[in-house]
Design a protein around this ligand. Structure first.
Ligand SMILES: [Zn+2]
Length: 279
């Protein structure tokens, strides 16, 4: 599933092509992609509107429109947002559920084989212009910053494993399974450790590692796994997967201490970690 670095890479791609463009034609063919409102409502609120600068919180894209509404897109498991400068050159891929024709002849296409992805247009906004429902999201480590004090406050009173807390979007927005494992390894903390047992130095290491790992992953344009489901706006794979230290590397030696990476189970979850240097 695309996490913060992948969605931010898509957002940066959109920032180069979308501001000022008008949605001249909107086609919704996916029955599940637009489910919070009727497809005809989404089309009528999007058609003829001009896009402003695209924003993001956690794994949500928030594309502001000149009407004051915001188009929200969540890629979920397998959604791909693709930009075609010359759409006539490319046949539509199977599972194309939304097509937005822009006023310069280019197209945005939303492809989503598993159909968990979602689009909706909302006018229910906070003072900062983002959708009101983003209030239920925790801080975004890149957009909002994540200090040790803030992470400590977010974790306070939670009695769950560190990985469960890091991937809970209400605690921190944007982290999923891949980056939670990488952040825990960088911070030398086991992902199955209980949050309430963390000391101040460990909380600090987790806060610093969260920002550092997510930022590095954005620089490398996100992680594309073997299924190649994640691609950027132009259809290109990310490269951060070659820098993963633990995720999907069971049996390989830890780059820090040489012990074998393990896949550990806790509750209904799994995580990749090194028991040699994470405690
Ligand atoms: Zn190690």
């Amino acid at each position: 599933m695309p996490e913060l670095p992948e969605v931010e890479t898509v957002r940066r791609g959109l920032e180069e092509v979308l501001p000022g463009r008008r949605a001249s034609r909107v086609e919704v063919t996916g029955r599940r992609t637009v489910r919070r409102q009727s497809p005809s409502e989404l089309v009528s609120r999007l058609q003829r509107r001009r896009f402003r600068r695209p924003d993001r919180r956690g794994k949500y894209l928030a594309l502001g429109l000149d009407s004051g509404d915001v188009l929200v897109i969540h890629l979920r498991m397998s959604g791909q947002l693709l930009y075609l400068p010359e759409p006539s050159a490319g046949a539509r891929l199977p599972h194309t559920h939304v097509v937005v024709g822009l006023d310069d002849g280019s197209e945005l296409r939303f492809v989503d084989p598993r159909t968990f992805g979602e689009w909706f247009v909302t006018g229910d906004l906070r003072p900062d212009g983002l959708p009101a429902e983003f209030d239920r999201l925790g801080p975004d480590p890149l957009a909002d910053g994540l200090s040790t004090a803030l992470l400590r406050e977010r974790l306070l009173g939670r009695k769950v494993a560190v990985k469960a807390a890091l991937t809970d979007q209400r605690v921190i927005a944007g982290i999923g399974s891949i980056y939670a494992d990488e952040i825990c390894h960088a911070a030398r903390v086991r992902p199955d450790r209980r949050v309430e047992t963390l000391g101040m130095a460990e909380t600090r290491a987790l806060a610093l590692s969260s920002s550092r790992i997510l930022r590095a992953a954005v620089v490398h344009r996100g992680s594309s796994l073997k299924d190649e489901r994640y691609v950027d706006l132009m259809g290109t794979l990310g490269s951060y997967q070659t820098r993963h230290r633990v995720y999907d590397r069971a049996g390989e030696p830890c780059a820090r201490c040489g012990a074998a990476i393990e896949r550990v189970r806790f509750g209904a979850r799994t995580a990749y970690c090194c028991l040699g240097c994470q405690s």
